[in-house]
Write a protein that binds this ligand. Structure first.
Ligand code: MG
Length: 137
């Protein structure tokens, strides 16, 4: 599983959703959490963090957001060869589920359908950790 010092980037246009994900991460023992409200701000925060002492280890992003969507954010991350192996989890609503194929093609690590329980987040994180730890860097 991801070590406790892992830095998470939580991206959602709804502050209540960000709070919920943060609370769930806290309950799993993770306290290094960055936040952004859309894909554009998230990319800026991500790039800033990757150049600093505490780079982001896992991205958890909403799909449906103004300016730059979660999918476009994913494309920007995966478009850079340096960031191929950054775990990226997309949060979707039931209605967006069909679009998930596009996210899979673009290299999403896993997706979670909202609303979800802390147990689901933990299971997905474990799965993503296994998936990414098997890949050569
Ligand atoms: Mg949204």
């Amino acid at each position: 599983m991801f070590p406790p010092e892992t830095v998470f980037l939580v991206v959602d246009d709804m502050p209540t959703m960000r709070e919920l994900v943060k609370a769930q991460l806290n309950s799993l023992g993770y306290f290094e959490i960055l936040e952004a409200e859309d894909g554009e701000k998230a990319l800026n925060k991500f790039l800033e963090a990757q150049n600093g002492a505490k780079p982001v280890g896992v991205i958890i992003s909403d799909w449906n957001m103004p300016h730059v969507s979660g999918l476009d954010f994913l494309k920007q991350i995966r478009g850079n060869p340096q960031f191929q192996n950054i775990p990226f989890i997309l949060l979707t609503s039931e209605s967006e589920k069909e679009q998930v194929t596009e996210a899979v093609i673009n290299g999403v690590s896993q997706y979670i359908v909202k609303p979800f329980q802390p147990k689901t987040l933990e299971e997905k994180l474990r799965f993503v950790w296994l998936k990414h730890s098997k890949k050569p860097k």
